[in-house]
Ligand binder design. Structure first.
Ligand code: NAD
Length: 349
């Protein structure tokens, strides 16, 4: 109950570049040959105590995955966490790591803020939108089979329960963040039953939020509008596959995967923040990765915890470092290492 009691949060450093970019975030000292560096959260004196969990090298029979039951329990207990990218080892008899997390923790909505970074020039400087992706069903239900040789079938599952839940979250988010409009993205003209049900649920929820403008946009038209004038959108909510694609498109509008954070919202108020990108095996272990996406995901987590001052401070330090242009990683056209860029942010803090 005391102000100084640290908040416990789960940290999955993950695979590939995961441990390197997690070092940028966490409160742990590490030798960089020449000097110590402390990580951005430590420098900003964020009152968080990380419970670190690594992906195991053996399948835990309780989860049927390389993720242990204890690591899932840690998220359930803390209700808040930060996750690096996870590469699922190829092989039989286990579940994908990300799928395990989504299913076991019921992470039903993936929220991806996407905004132009001041000082990092792309084609647009006025992007400020939020994509909210249904995360548990749709085309990613994993129900595929061969009917006869040469013919396969994949089931797209849309349920009223999951659609209402994600729509409710989208409107709630819009209201809580002073947003004015929610656009439901769909292809209900063709997918009449599935996307039709998704839209019906969005409409029902929209009626409860008369102060928020509600509109429906067909996915193909949405893509055209996004690349032509991304400022035309505010909050977008959509089924799983569309959300996967549209949110990467949005990342491209503001500078790429090294920059974009996300947060998974789960049952019972769980928030598991994660970078949008994968484990980047091509640059792993070389101190080259851009930690911005994971750091900004951490900022999302802090905002969820209402640690708004620290969130603001860290976000400004990151954005100002990028804007100054002296320290940038290779994906942004610079030549800084992960640790140089991290140190530059810490110096600013
Ligand atoms: P990826 O995102 O790992 O890499 C795509 C490209 O972007 C690569 O050239 C990479 O170097 C670059 N990149 C990504 N993040 C970067 C960063 N922070 N800084 C600088 N450059 C960055 O996608 P991929 O190669 O398709 O996937 C690799 C592995 O990651 C696969 O095993 C995949 O399953 C997994 N993956 C996991 C997640 C997740 O855990 N949420 C998401 C996507 C992919």
């Amino acid at each position: 109950s005391s102000v100084s009691t640290p908040i416990r949060a789960t940290l999955f450093p993950g695979d590939g570049i995961g441990p390197e970019i997690a070092d940028s975030v966490k409160q742990q000292q590490r030798m960089d040959n020449v000097r110590f560096f402390f990580g951005v959260f430590k420098t900003a004196q964020v009152p968080i105590e990380w419970e670190e969990h690594y992906v195991g090298d053996q399948i835990d029979p309780r989860t049927q995955s390389f993720l242990t039951w204890e690591s899932l329990e840690s998220v359930r207990r803390n209700k808040v966490g930060l996750k690096g990218p996870m590469a699922t080892p190829i092989g039989k008899g286990h579940r994908s790591l990300n799928l395990t997390l989504r299913k076991e923790l019921n992470l039903y909505a993936n929220v991806r803020p996407c905004y132009s970074l001041p000082g990092y020039k792309t084609r647009y400087d006025n992007v400020d939108l939020i994509t909210i992706r249904e995360n548990t069903e749709g085309e990613y239900s994993g129900l595929e089979h061969q009917v006869v040789r040469g013919v396969v079938e994949s089931l797209k599952i849309i349920t009223r329960q999951a659609s209402l839940r994600v729509a409710e979250y989208a409107f709630h988010y819009a209201k809580a963040h002073g947003r004015e409009r929610v656009s439901a993205i769909h292809k209900a003209n063709i997918m009449q039953k599935t996307d039709g049900l998704f839209l019906k649920c969005c409409r029902e929820v929209a009626e409860k939020y008369p102060e928020i403008t509600y509109e429906e946009v067909v996915i193909d038209n949405c893509c055209m509008m996004l690349v032509k004038n991304p400022a035309a959108f505010d909050v977008l909510v959509m089924p799983n596959l569309y959300g996967d694609i549209i949110s990467d498109l949005c990342a491209g509008l503001v500078g790429g995967l090294g920059l974009t954070p996300s947060c998974n919202i789960g049952e019972g108020g769980i928030a598991l923040a994660e970078a949008v990108h994968g484990s980047a095996p091509d640059i792993a272990g070389k101190n080259l990765a851009n930690p911005t996406a994971l750091l900004l995901s951490g900022v999302t987590m802090l905002r969820h915890l209402e640690l708004n001052d620290q969130a603001e401070k860290i976000q400004n330090a990151i954005l100002n470092t990028i804007a100054e242009g002296k320290y940038r990683t290779a994906d942004l056209g610079g030549s800084s290492t992960t640790s140089d860029f991290t140190n530059a942010i810490c110096d600013r803090l």
